[in-house]
Design a protein around this ligand. Structure first.
Ligand code: IMP
Ligand code: MG
Length: 370
């Protein structure tokens, strides 16, 4: 009967897509609940490499119903393109496996123009948005001027392709829960980009934290079982705004992480800012979301770094690194001792169990730790 939620614990790009893809087979539906095509992730599995922006990563699993919830904003042109790309690589996308909430708001071409105009006008206070019209679409939603997917019939070019996918997603999810089926709610962005709880104004325009999972789908608290926080073994941020554990570009380790971690935005191609794991922000993120499980991603990116730092109480703690490669390791006991010590240090500090450790992009490059 339950719904589990996957939420980014940092500033996005933690690797939620891989985890959702990995977990999807245990669920009969995967639902996005916030954001739009500002999100982007790469999923690599047996079928190939996929870049997804709006459609939940569950689409790669044939049996799953993918839902774009009411809390999302949809750019119809981008959605059509994403659907067609998937279909061209042999992935099934039909109303049988994709349903879009009739209440999700539409990103109009004017929203994209306004997003870029606002950014220009911000001069020194730029947010570094993805330029996809996200903020202005949510502005119109809140101002009660927006168009929703239920209005799609007003636009012949979009309606022809999309209207058959539009429906009552809350009812669908509720009926699945009623049938004792499991649902996975897929967060976008990260907790620290949440419109209310993030580093305002350097945030996105939706609730990317647990509250958004409820309002963005119409589910209720009693439906939720696990809230899984996804963190990188270090930290990155794309766009402007405070980043307390950022490594100055003058330190070579910043470039090492950037290159080894392929830290370039999936949506905009921008270089991500790189930093150390930030315990202070992580505590806040745990408090804001109630994570009861944590996944640590991209541990292998830290291989070969002599001294690993972690930010705690605005100060740095230094831990010894490891020389050996952890790439692809799927057995916890096979990790180098210092990598185990690093994981145990994080687990003790965070006081939440680390149940998944990722050591590479592929499904099998994953440690399930009890
Ligand atoms: P917007 O969501 O396009 O308005 O951008 C607002 C801020 O959120 C900018 O700093 C973006 O770089 C950041 N952002 C939005 N979506 C993502 C994401 O999926 N991953 C990482 N950062 C994001
Ligand atoms: Mg991303």
């Amino acid at each position: 009967m339950p719904a589990d939620v996957v939420i980014g614990g940092q500033w996005g790009d933690e690797g939620k897509g891989k985890i959702v893809d990995l977990m999807a087979s245990d669920y009969s539906a995967v639902a996005r609940f916030s954001g739009g095509n500002n999100a982007g992730h790469t999923v690599i599995n047996d079928l190939g490499e996929f870049k997804l922006h709006l459609i939940p990563s569950g689409i790669l699993n044939r049996k799953i119903k993918c839902v774009i919830g009411n809390g999302c904003v949809v750019d119809p042109a981008v959605l059509i393109e994403e659907m067609e790309n998937l279909i061209n690589t042999g992935v099934k996308v039909t109303p049988e496996n994709l349903i879009i909430s009739n209440k999700a708001h539409i990103i109009m071409p004017e929203h994209i123009k306004l997003d870029n105009k606002q950014e220009k006008e911000r001069e020194d206070l730029k947010i570094g948005t993805t330029g996809r019209g996200i903020g202005p679409a949510y502005m119109d939603k809140v101002a009660r001027n927006g168009f929703r997917m239920e209005d799609i019939s007003r636009w012949p070019e979009w309606s022809e392709k999309l209207s058959k996918f539009v429906g009552d997603t809350q009812k669908l999810l509720r009926s699945k829960l009623g049938k004792k089926e499991n649902i996975l709610l897929e967060g976008a962005q990260g907790a620290l980009l949440d419109i209310d709880h993030g580093s305002y104004p350097f945030v996105t325009s939706s609730n990317s934290t647990i509250g958004g999972a409820l309002t963005g789908t119409g589910l209720v608290p009693a439906d939720i079982r696990n809230i899984i926080g996804i963190f990188k073994a270090y930290a990155t941020r794309v766009g402007e705004g405070p980043f307390p554990s950022e490594i100055p570009k003058t330190e070579s380790v910043a470039d090492y992480i950037l290159k080894k971690g392929h830290e370039f935005g999936t949506t905009t191609g921008r270089e991500r800012r790189c930093g150390w794991f930030d315990l202070d922000s992580a505590y806040y993120s745990i408090m804001t979301n109630g994570f009861n499980k944590i996944a640590i991603m991209k541990l292998d990116v830290l291989d070969g770094i002599k001294e690993i730092k972690v930010l705690k109480n605005d100060d740095y703690i230094t831990l010894p690194g490891w020389d050996q490669s952890t790439f692809g390791i799927d057995d916890y006991s096979k990790l180098p001792i210092n990598a185990i010590k690093y994981i145990e240090f994080l687990e003790e500090e965070l006081n939440v169990g680390i149940s998944i450790i990722s050591t590479g992009p592929e499904r099998n490059q994953t440690i399930f730790k009890s």
